[in-house]
Design a protein around this ligand. Structure first.
Ligand SMILES: Cc1cc2nc3c(=O)[nH]c(=O)nc-3n(C[C@H](O)[C@H](O)[C@H](O)COP(=O)(O)OP(=O)(O)OC[C@H]3O[C@@H](n4cnc5c(N)ncnc54)[C@H](O)[C@@H]3O)c2cc1C
Length: 450
């Protein structure tokens, strides 16, 4: 057992809470300072349920602190497949993985609260309504201000910035020499809408699925909640036509939905209110390096790698940061400088890879899930990998269901697979004989080149 340390974490979001459990289980004294009030006492987001897809990387990290089963049992709704809705309301289907494999819809607030409860059980002190304002990177000391403007200086051995995409800890690191930083707002933003439960408390769309209305340059998605409602998210350009800017009245938005998402709109009795009250939110990609400073301060989760949400991996990647850090702690013992260096070196390529993968998946989801060639390609890959699991794992499965494969490895392999699949899809009449012996033999030959 390594020496017990005083550790300060800025941010009790998804990643900060999980990190605190990992650290306290190792015998460290952990204090978290969180800018917002305690969500367990104050219903945030006006009571709206906002959900996230939790998959194998996140589950692996929860399992290591004994929380996987509880989360799956108490709050997760497995989603086994994508259900695509076309403009006429016709449905098509695409399984996420092999039989029985699923991603899980969980409540963001519910999961966060469960982890905060668990953290406190392990002795973690969470100080709410305290925002990091000043940070001394050399000594890992920080000043946190409460809502009344009172300051509290906290001095520990180490400081983690788990304070999200607009991290205050990172903003201090940004002012140091040789700190690289980039921030990119993508053209699209998002707005949340709701499909409530039916009159008898029933789900009005297939429950165990992630629903997508792919429409080329934009899309609507819906994930199920335990109360039988669905949280829908419209990913849509911020400017141009159509865009949030061009749909500048509720009547225009409603008319647009009637044309584009008619079957969804029919299930949204509160559309007008949701459209008016729920914000148009931006989406940002943040990359930076280094993630640590002088063996005293480290960034984790969105503070070090904020990505767009289209692979459903932001939280999963942050949870994986905790998992990897914990594994490295076994190796490095009391050598925190070595630990932090190894952590950032290992995780940075994976943070970059999942950022790229997430943008690629946006194109796939909004554009291609309604495309016959794309669906056929996925069918051929799915069939082949089921028959020859050692020879081919589809990229989606590598990212989502294969935590033993790093994101950076998955991205590299995915690129090689794409090149090979382009050869298969270029075969004449592939739509007619995709399941023939000839295609299988060709796939076998190509798979040798992977
Ligand atoms: C629309 C959308 C959908 C998403 N869907 C998915 C999904 O399906 N699956 C998935 O894996 N990921 C998803 N994500 C990504 C996921 O939300 C993030 O990756 C995840 O929340 C990161 O957790 P975090 O703890 O690093 O940051 P956050 O969740 O942002 O938490 C940071 C915490 O720090 C606090 N804080 C901020 N500043 C300070 C300060 N100065 N001092 C103290 N505290 C501070 C904040 O109040 C917050 O509690 C989605 C993101 C978006 C925007």
């Amino acid at each position: 057992m390594s020496e017990s340390k005083q550790i300060t974490i800025a941010g009790a979001g998804l990643v900060g809470s999980l990190l605190s459990i990992y650290l306290s289980k190792r015998g460290h004294q952990v204090s978290i300072y969180e800018r917002r009030p305690d969500a367990r006492k104050n219903l945030l987001d006006g009571g709206r349920s906002i959900n996230l897809a939790l998959s194998d990387r996140g589950l692996q990290a929860l399992a290591k602190v004994g929380l996987e089963e509880r989360v799956l049992k108490e709050m997760a709704i497995p989603m086994y497949r994508r259900v695509m809705h076309d403009r006429a309301g016709n449905l098509s289907y695409q399984p996420y993985g092999k039989e029985g494999q699923a991603i899980n819809s969980v409540s963001r607030a519910g999961l966060n609260m469960l982890m905060m409860d668990e953290a406190e059980k392990h002795g973690v002190q969470i100080h709410f309504s305290h925002a990091a304002s000043e940070i001394d990177l050399d000594s890992a000391a920080a000043v946190f201000k409460n809502e009344e403007g009172q300051s509290k200086e906290v001095k520990g051995d180490f400081l983690f910035g788990a304070d999200g995409a607009f991290s205050a800890v990172r903003s201090v690191m940004q002012k140091t020499d040789r700190f690289s930083y980039s921030q990119e707002y993508i053209e699209h933003g998002y707005k949340e809408l709701e499909i409530p439960a039916g009159p008898n408390g029933e789900f009005l769309l297939e429950k165990n699925a992630l629903h997508i209305w792919p429409r080329g340059s934009y899309m609507l998605i819906a994930l199920p909640n335990p109360d039988a409602s669905f949280t829908c998210t419209l990913f849509f350009p911020m400017d141009g036509d159509p865009s949030f800017a061009s749909l500048d009245t509720t009547a225009k938005a409603r008319a647009f939905f009637e044309k584009e998402f008619g079957d969804a709109l029919n299930l949204m009795p509160n559309f007008d209110k949701d459209w008016e009250e729920n914000p148009d939110s931006s989406l940002v990609i943040i990359r930076c390096y280094p993630w640590t400073r002088k063996g005293k301060v480290a960034l984790i989760g969105d503070a070090s790698h904020a990505i767009v949400p289209f692979y459903g991996q932001g939280m999963n990647a942050g949870f994986e940061d905790c998992f990897v850090l914990d594994r490295l702690m076994d190796e490095y013992g009391d050598d925190w400088s070595g630990l932090f260096e190894a952590y950032e070196k290992e995780r940075k390529p994976d943070g970059d890879a999942i950022a790229d993968l997430a943008m690629r998946n946006f194109v796939e989801m909004r554009d291609l899930t309604g495309d016959a060639d794309f669906l056929l390609q996925k069918k051929i890959e799915g069939r082949f990998s089921e028959k020859y699991p050692d020879k081919w794992t589809p990229l989606y499965s590598l990212v989502t269901f294969s935590p033993e494969v790093r994101y950076s490895e998955a991205l590299a392999l995915g690129k090689r697979q794409d090149a090979l699949m382009a050869e298969i899809m270029a075969l004449p009449n592939i739509h007619q004989f995709w399941d023939s012996e000839e295609v299988e033999q060709k796939m076998l030959a190509l798979a040798e080149r992977l």
